[in-house]
Write a protein that binds this ligand. Structure first.
Ligand code: TXA
Ligand code: MG
Length: 317
């Protein structure tokens, strides 16, 4: 499917799946409540879970947020610093919204999450659609995120338009942050880490979501494969009927199937391969998936966030 046709579908109020550098998105015109409602329907997503609005230029952000008098004095400056450094790229910034953004996009919140994806197909689609795109990951609610067009078709076979941009190079959803006067709060971990952000912004006194802060849409169970997933050692299992997802390939003996995320232990490469490995395991003839925990520093935090949520539903009780 070509971008031109996909943009026509968006302009006529429809929904298309498109590649980004993180995961595939399911997009609709962010300024049209009716179009956005179709995303929630297709995804079977609860209405309390807000969507990210994708733009093609950093300057577009200022069209959809409150004017400078209504913002904290430093918020605008922070946005400029962040977009200069990280956009296009896997960073989503939550800011106070104006009335152009319908409430359905933000689940009734007064803030909107904005991001400029680093993918030529995504950027061209937004430009040709002549509107920002509200887009969650293109999977059924709670299931594995798609990093290829094939993954999208597996979960959403009824979708008319899936733009194929090959495998997503980052492979894990964007880092989501909110801004305060004294710095930032990480609402979702991604490949842009706290350390990366602290080079640009003051460190905020606020804790990250993982420390228990309530944020919409950030559920304990998410990204669930269709098969049970346990951490290594968490449960007695029959290795000959199980698959292992291993960081570097140590301790994979005896398993029916093994996916090695990065032979050199590079966490960025591991993140890029994580959902692909989970999809393979989900589709394989095995009873359960065993995951080796990643080190909880830098990008390892994002990998562990996804794995914990994937394992939550299956935790031994
Ligand atoms: O990499 C990504 O971010 C991908 C690609 C497609 O851009 N999108 C994605 O969207 O992961 P989704 O819907 O699966 O996750 C978006 C998350 C929501 O679950 C929510 O936690 C957070 O972003 N979010 C959105 N709007 C928010 C807001 N106003 N305040 C706080 N969190 C918000
Ligand atoms: Mg998602």
């Amino acid at each position: 499917m070509e971008i031109k046709r996909a943009a026509e579908i968006i302009r006529s109020g429809g929904v298309v799946a498109f590649p980004t550098e993180t995961v595939y998105g399911l997009g609709a015109n962010a300024l049209e409540a009716k179009a956005v409602a179709k995303i929630f329907e297709l995804k079977e997503r609860p209405s309390f879970d807000p969507l990210i609005v994708h733009v093609a230029e950093p300057a577009q952000v200022f069209e959809y947020i409150v004017d400078s008098q209504c913002m904290l004095p430093l918020q605008r400056t922070y946005v400029q610093w962040l977009t200069e450094k990280f956009w296009p790229g896997p960073l989503t910034i939550v800011l106070p919204k104006n009335t152009l953004i319908p409430d359905i996009v933000t689940a009734g919140l007064s803030t909107v999450a904005l991001r400029m994806p680093d993918n030529p197909v995504a950027l061209e689609l937004i430009r040709q659609s002549s509107c920002p795109l509200a887009a969650p990951s293109a999977n059924k609610f709670g299931r594995l995120s798609p990093t290829t067009a094939e993954h999208v078709r597996k979960q959403l076979p009824e979708l008319e338009c899936v733009l194929d941009g090959g495998a997503a190079k980052i492979g894990i959803e964007s880092t989501v942050i909110s801004l305060q006067e004294d710095g930032f709060t990480i609402l979702r971990q991604g490949v842009i880490t706290r350390e990366d952000l602290e080079k640009i912004l003051p460190a905020s006194g606020h804790a990250a979501v993982d420390a228990g802060l309530a944020a919409p849409g950030l559920l304990k169970a998410h990204y669930s494969p269709a098969k049970p997933l346990y951490f290594a050692g968490q449960k007695e299992i029959d290795k000959s009927r199980a698959g292992i997802i291993s960081l570097r390939g140590a301790n994979i003996g005896g398993y029916k199937l093994a996916e090695i995320l990065s032979p050199t232990g590079d966490l960025r490469e591991a993140a890029a391969n994580l959902f692909g490995a989970l999809h393979k395991m989900e589709d394989a003839e095995i009873d359960c998936i065993v995951a080796e925990p990643a080190p909880e520093t830098g990008i390892g935090l994002a990998i562990m966030d996804r794995l914990r949520k994937a394992a939550y539903r299956w935790r031994p009780r």
